[in-house]
Design a protein around this ligand. Structure first.
Ligand code: OAD
Length: 257
């Protein structure tokens, strides 16, 4: 009888197209906090209404900009972990599309090239007024302490305030990213859902779309976030433990040296 991880490795071995759907948990072992962990999560210490809405930015743009600049500096100081690296390695032998809810750049820095950011990116601010992304990003020195109020730079086109290029509460997902993600989910054979609580919609529809289209869905998470069924599997544990173990089970014949 194969173990759960061997069963999943066999699915991956037989798959042509794989979608890797990630949430904050995959970056937890790079030192970036998740959102909903009751002790260490971002929302254990911050009120999202004061920092992650357009209204919050209207009320106090310097507070919001300073907080995101600090998060950006924190991410810049983090490094991809074994899970990010294993996903990039998998893409050398299978067609892999990464669909991430994360606003960090750790998948790209690990070497993944096909990455769809459903919730935007810390690296790409946009204008609050005209919504354009400036070609040259006017960033200042890295911010090393949390809670600093920093006036946002101005848009070179219209002089509006620049805001973080992330999706805030009440905002739509970037349409092109969403369309590509749904298509990839419909076309994949296996979807690995890694480090996400799966409670934020519409992003959380991506594994459901894949499952409805006939794919096998595998959840990798220390928490039991789904009920296993004939085409749905759970590997309970940390991403940096399970994802490299899975990829190593593919064997030397599947993996380039
Ligand atoms: P959550 O904070 O909701 O969930 C993080 C998940 O990661 C939980 O299920 C944890 O059990 C799991 N986890 C923790 N450590 C892990 C590890 N080492 N390996 C694997 N999994 C681990 O974060 P998300 O699901 O990403 O949206 O949250 C979804 C969205 O909610 C975010 O993108 C954000 C927030 O609103 C926006 O900012 C638009």
């Amino acid at each position: 009888m194969p173990s759960p991880i061997e069963t999943v490795a066999a699915l991956i071995r037989d798959a042509k197209r794989i979608v890797v759907f990630t949430g904050a948990g995959i970056s937890a072992e790079s030192g970036i906090p998740t959102f909903r962990d009751p002790m260490t999560g971002i929302w254990a210490h911050h009120d999202p209404e004061k920092l992650e809405t357009a209204d919050a930015f209207r009320k106090d743009a310097a507070l919001v900009w300073g907080w995101y600049m600090w998060r950006r500096a924190h991410v810049a100081g983090a490094v991809p972990n074994a899970a990010h690296l294993a996903i990039a390695q998998l893409a050398r032998v299978r067609e892999v599309t990464v669909v991430t809810q994360n606003i960090d750049d750790l998948h790209a820095r690990a070497g993944s090239t096909d990455v769809i950011h459903l919730h935007g990116s810390l690296a790409q601010p946009k204008c609050f007024a005209c919504h354009r992304t400036p070609a040259a990003l006017p960033f200042e020195n890295p911010v090393t302490s949390e809670g600093l109020r920093i006036e946002p730079p101005r848009c070179p086109r219209c002089n509006g305030k620049l805001r973080p290029g992330v999706v805030w509460f009440g905002e739509n997902l970037p349409a092109a990213a969403w369309k590509r993600a749904v298509l990839a989910a419909k076309e994949c054979d296996v979807l690995l859902s890694i480090g996400t609580s799966g409670v934020v919609f519409p992003a959380a529809e991506i594994p459901i779309v894949a499952h409805h289209a006939g794919a096998c869905v595998v959840h990798i998470n220390p928490a039991q976030v789904a009920q296993p069924s004939s085409r749905e599997f759970c590997l309970i544990g940390r991403a940096a433990e399970h994802v490299p173990a899975l990829v190593s089970l593919l064997g030397p014949a599947d993996l380039p040296s």
